[in-house]
Design a protein around this ligand. Structure first.
Ligand code: NAD
Length: 336
């Protein structure tokens, strides 16, 4: 995404300004209720123990070791009912966000594509409505650096679809030359989106609970010399998710917070555009070493991984998906 396409002062999506929070709907139930009567008061699993520790990194690749056994994503849809669940996806007009939207729609969810790319977003919503049923996809013009516009997108989504169950904070840019914007989109945008999700879905705020998935990166789990600022934003996502995913917050709000960290993924903009994101031409040798022979997984692999983590992920858990492998939960060792 060319950062110059950014609009910071665009009007609220679809002319609807912020309104009071919707009252909890009785028609749609929280995501987790498809397999259990309600979101558990205490999260299942041990992610909250891991939340105070460091990642286990395999020495040969620098990537987190896979837990064993690694489960395949196939068949998840059979045990989880996504029908009529409402999902808001930032950066949904292209790349990984588009793949997320498509996987959710295939399983019967309703999707709000929130993106600053109005042309592609509107077109995609039309295509998805044609493919997956009318009025199941909407587009909201939304720049995640613009809080009032972001808030309006939440309000519109909630009003049009009668609530909200899943928020995917996915919008991100890979460009250390526009580093202040990069931090504002990749980190502040995720913080804005998560705070809004808690406000619209949190049981303590009159909502019905739900799930937030944040798109991190495997660069959030290891250093990367060619894009240190992008890498810093993705490291911050890990700490943010593990902290807001703590059982304390989960018990308060009924909202799970999970991060999905893709490795290199082939999208409309990658890998061709990636080199444009390095801060200085002097970093090119290290960029070449990092990316030139790296395999880029198909974007659909990440789309399917979203469904997997929505089904399996406990609050505060961190997942990677890379090299076309199924998603893996990152294990963390004890605190320093
Ligand atoms: N593609 C990869 O190799 C890769 C690897 C790891 C993590 N990621 C992460 O995945 C996420 C999606 O990346 P992608 O590769 O699909 O990128 P992309 O450029 O293909 O798509 C990003 C989408 O986000 C939108 N967007 C950009 N800035 C925005 C803003 N301020 N507000 C709202 N929307 C905005 C763009 O219009 C675009 O539709 C990012 O968080 C990225 O850091 C990507």
């Amino acid at each position: 995404m060319d950062p110059r396409k950014r609009r910071t002062a665009a009007p609220p999506a679809r002319g609807k300004g912020p309104e009071p929070l919707p009252s909890p709907s009785t028609q749609n139930t929280p995501l987790a209720s498809a397999s259990s009567p309600d979101l558990p008061e205490t999260p299942v699993g041990t992610s909250h123990n891991r939340a105070r520790s460091g990642p286990v990194i395999s020495s040969e690749s620098g990537f987190p070791r896979a837990p064993s056994p690694v489960e395949d994503v196939s068949g998840d849809e059979a045990v989880m009912d996504f029908k009529n669940k409402v999902a808001l996806i930032t950066g949904g007009a292209g790349g990984i966000g588009k793949a997320y939207a498509e996987e959710l729609l295939k399983l019967g969810a309703k999707v709000s594509i929130c993106d600053l790319d109005e042309e592609n977003g509107e077109l995609l919503a039309q295509q998805f409505n044609h493919l997956y049923g009318h009025n199941r996809t909407i587009f909201c013009l939304c720049d995640v650096t613009d809080y009032p516009q972001f808030e309006a997108a939440f309000q519109t989504t909630s009003s049009v679809f009668g609530g909200l169950d899943i928020v995917v904070n996915n919008a991100g840019i890979f460009n250390d030359r526009f580093w202040e914007l990069e931090v504002d989109v990749n980190l502040n945008g995720v913080i804005r989106g998560t705070l809004l999700a808690l406000r619209f879905m949190g049981r303590d705020r009159g909502g019905r609970g739900g799930t937030v998935v944040i798109t991190g990166s495997t660069l959030g789990l290891r250093p990367c010399a060619c894009v240190p600022i992008y890498t810093a934003t993705k490291h911050a996502i890990i700490g943010f998710t593990r902290s807001f995913g703590d059982p304390f917050h989960m018990n308060l709000s009924g909202v799970r917070i999970i991060a999905l960290c893709p490795g290199s993924t082939c999208t409309e903009n990658n890998p061709e555009d990636m080199k444009k994101g390095i801060l200085s031409p002097a970093y090119e040798p290290v960029w070449r070493k990092e990316y030139e022979n790296r395999p880029f997984q198909p974007v659909q692999n990440v789309g399917r991984a979203l469904i997997h983590v929505l089904v399996k992920g406990t609050s505060g858990s961190i997942w990677t998906v890379d090299n076309q492998n199924p998603p893996r939960e990152v294990k963390f060792t004890s605190s320093p």
